[in-house]
Design a protein around this ligand. Sequence first.
Ligand SMILES: Cc1cc2nc3c(=O)[nH]c(=O)nc-3n(C[C@H](O)[C@H](O)[C@H](O)COP(=O)(O)OP(=O)(O)OC[C@H]3O[C@@H](n4cnc5c(N)ncnc54)[C@H](O)[C@@H]3O)c2cc1C
Length: 489
Amino acid sequence: MKYDVIIIGSGLGGLECGYILSKKGYKVCILEQNAQIGGCLQTFRRGKSVFDTGFHYVGGLDEGQSLHKLFSYFDLLDLPWHKLDEDAFAEVVIAGNPFFLASGHKRFADALANDFPHQRKQIETYTDMLKQIGDNIFNSFTGDYGNSALFESSAYLFLQQTIDDPLLRNILSGGSLTMELCSKKLPLYVFAQINNSFIQSTWKLKGNGSMIADKLADYIRAKDGNIITKAKVTRLIETDGKISAVEYNESEQVSGTYVISNIHPAQTLTLIPESRYIRKLYRNRISSIPNTFGIFTVHLQLKESTTPYLNRNIFVYRNGDSIWDCKPDKSGEINSILINYKTPRNGIYTDNIDILTPMYWDEVAQWSDTVVGKRGVDYEMFKQQKAESCIELASTRIPGLKDSIEKIYTSTPLTYRDYTGTQNGSAYGIRKDYNDALGTIIAPQTQIPNLFLSGQNLNLHGILGVSMTSFFTCAKIVGMNNLLKDFYI
Ligand SMILES: Cc1cc2nc3c(=O)[nH]c(=O)nc-3n(C[C@H](O)[C@H](O)[C@H](O)COP(=O)(O)OP(=O)(O)OC[C@H]3O[C@@H](n4cnc5c(N)ncnc54)[C@H](O)[C@@H]3O)c2cc1C
């Protein structure tokens, strides 16, 4: 069967590219290695609870805000979105002291200026700058791809230069625990776009992330697109300088005029071991770029009616030193966590809480040759100790938490590697580096004319970043002006 476009991977980026191209009349086929679609939007069920694996919340869904236009295009606005408290969408706790981040740039600045009156002017400079960067987010659609100057500026230095008070700098950074706050690498663009969207407004789903994947997939199928699961792409077959067929499960093939790979660019290149079109330099560059850290998640199933839902995210740091450049603690003690409450189905109590903390590949590398469910007793004990340390830290904010726990499930970078195919279980793929913006921002066009890249590795990670990148990639096939006709900016 010949399609117009073959897409590798059904993560958000693959599904969004499928949606855009289906809308434009292209016949698409998505190949997904797992039984479940969605990549980081996948869920898993244990008893009566359904847990999210990756996605937990988004920013900027109110009209006129960053994600609103994109989700309006993808018809995702009518999912059951739930807004977090406008007075405190996040609580940042440093050394036991809580600080609250409020939604809306003015409210955000006013709330922090109450605690730091001597820094009011500086807080306003900070919010003005973020707002300005956020307001220009769609400029990249009309030419300025990647906002290069902001990619070449340091987020850490921006904070140092804008805010005098070190505690205030930590609070402003504290809501970005899972972003990988690398002082010597993180570009201002990444920090500002993501934080700005959360300051605009922060939302969770009343339900699970798989709702996003399912809605996009329903549309693609309604337009005669095909999504094949349990189809691991094993080779891209090149003929006369073009990808002529995509092999999956080592035995089956499909072909298409265009191919979009929504998996890690380095993995994409391993699918084409020989090609005179892919220069060695490009291959070496892509395969040697470092990836971000992974995440350890403790999924707590709670006893019924024990834990009142809190309509905000809580970021807990043992001390201010663990906010930027957080490193694994040799003693195994956890220094920083994000506590995420699942929105209640009915009433006021939550059924589950996820606790997330950064985890590097080194910590699990010794089990890298094992597969899910068969990693051995040592691994189980390692996870148990980590989980206990996370719960200990979370209990400092949620009294009685330990007594409310029914069951504990955990996932590590090994889990992500095996379920989403990310390199070393990295949470966001290629680590962007302001010292080497050109080297770490990957263009959607490859050296093979009908092969394109998409997904979180290219430009900006997360739901916002991946959604933007899907447009950049599809524009290479249908033309940006053609896309903009349906997407008013
Ligand atoms: C723990 C965690 C929490 C997060 N929380 C948030 C959040 O709260 N908010 C937010 O905005 N972002 C969050 N993110 C980030 C966000 O979820 C991701 O950036 C985004 O979903 C990535 O989408 P993607 O399409 O690029 O890739 P992925 O979701 O990784 O999808 C890649 C897909 O390709 C498939 N695949 C891989 N290899 C092959 C192959 N050879 N053949 C076929 N299929 C293949 C995989 O199985 C997978 O389905 C989180 C990420 C993690 C890990």
